[in-house]
Design a protein around this ligand. Structure first.
Ligand SMILES: [Zn+2]
Ligand SMILES: [Zn+2]
Ligand SMILES: [Zn+2]
Length: 87
């Protein structure tokens, strides 16, 4: 059974989203997103892998912040990029 150690390192409360209005890089670059993900290490908001720019994945590779939460209304699942697991 695969498991994720990274959840143990998360802060007790989710960080405040830095750009609650949308993907940080898409807002800066004028590109579009499909769905949004919130980085639980730093509050970065990035776009999902269905989006053309995939900024949430790029953020993981740049910062090695492993876990994001869905930033879509009504969704609260978390995903670990490092383990490729719902956590
Ligand atoms: Zn993990
Ligand atoms: Zn984006
Ligand atoms: Zn981050």
């Amino acid at each position: 059974m695969a498991s994720c150690e990274h959840v143990n390192d998360l802060p007790a409360e989710d960080p405040q989203p830095r750009t609650p209005e949308g993907c940080e890089e898409c807002l800066a670059g004028g590109t579009r997103w499909v769905h949004l993900r919130l980085c639980l290490a730093c509050g970065h908001v990035g776009c999902c892998d269905s989006s053309p720019m995939r900024h949430a994945t790029k953020h993981f590779h740049a910062e090695t912040h492993p876990i994001v939460r869905s930033f879509e209304p009504g969704e609260d699942w978390r995903w670990c990029f490092a383990d490729e697991l719902i956590v």
